[in-house]
Design a protein around this ligand. Sequence first.
Ligand SMILES: Cc1cc2nc3c(=O)[nH]c(=O)nc-3n(C[C@H](O)[C@H](O)[C@H](O)COP(=O)(O)OP(=O)(O)OC[C@H]3O[C@@H](n4cnc5c(N)ncnc54)[C@H](O)[C@@H]3O)c2cc1C
Length: 250
Amino acid sequence: MDRFDVVVLGGGPGGYPAAIRASQLGRSVALVEASRLGGECTNFGCIPTKSMIRPVELLSSLSKLPFVKLGYEIDYPSYMEWVSSIASRVSEGVASLLRRYNVEVYNARGRVLEPGVLELSDGRRIGYDELVVATGTEPTSIPGLDFDGVLIHNNRTILGVRGKPSRILIVGAGYIGVEFANVMAKLGVEVHMVEVMDRVLPAMDEDFSRLMSRRFSRMGVKVYTSTRVLEVKRGEGMLGLGFPTTPRLR
Ligand SMILES: Cc1cc2nc3c(=O)[nH]c(=O)nc-3n(C[C@H](O)[C@H](O)[C@H](O)COP(=O)(O)OP(=O)(O)OC[C@H]3O[C@@H](n4cnc5c(N)ncnc54)[C@H](O)[C@@H]3O)c2cc1C
């Protein structure tokens, strides 16, 4: 059985810097990641959404210049391929950082077998003196709005869609919902957003909420606050996004 001073469970932005730091401090370190290095942020969160927004905002800024004649259109399938390639590149960057700092990476799901021993999904076991749990969160369906990756999406499955939706209903106006509403609206998708609380970005400063609401109204995004989704009726060309997350307790 391999043994390390420190084992980090989870290779997201919580886990991989912890592993690098422990190594910089002279410990022998392993990192166990069940999926892709970089976690939610790199693969399904911050990086893909910022990659989606950048070209759209660029085109939108250019189109406001009176002397620029734009006839461009975003080719959605290749745009989303490009977004996915950026996430992959950043994930590879995380892998090379971990190599550079001599962090041993195990591509497997890990669980604590007994204090000091982690069991991996491929059957291996690794020993540790200290364990850092950085297993993050994962998307959670709302009852009646179960993700199917076809009609009802979460932040992960929507990135795999290669046909541009004509209309989208976004459930939840937290920062993730707002980010997708913004980019989808700028892509020319008809966006409806439902929020159970009385304002968009309910966890943020009220002034910021108001600013965002005004912006959405200018962009033509239809926002329904103090509203709960009760039922979903399936129709052509519609996509839904739900964004609550729950901590993974393993
Ligand atoms: C659409 C979107 C946009 C976002 N934009 C931003 C932003 O602009 N700025 C910002 O700061 N944050 C943003 N976030 C939030 C950010 O993604 C999270 O805060 C961050 O990813 C949390 O990092 P983490 O390491 O705690 O968890 P995660 O990134 O979830 O990483 C946990 C990792 O642990 C792995 N794992 C779980 N269980 C096990 C196990 N048993 N064995 C092995 N591996 C396991 C998972 O596969 C995962 O890779 C965004 C999120 C989303 C969804």
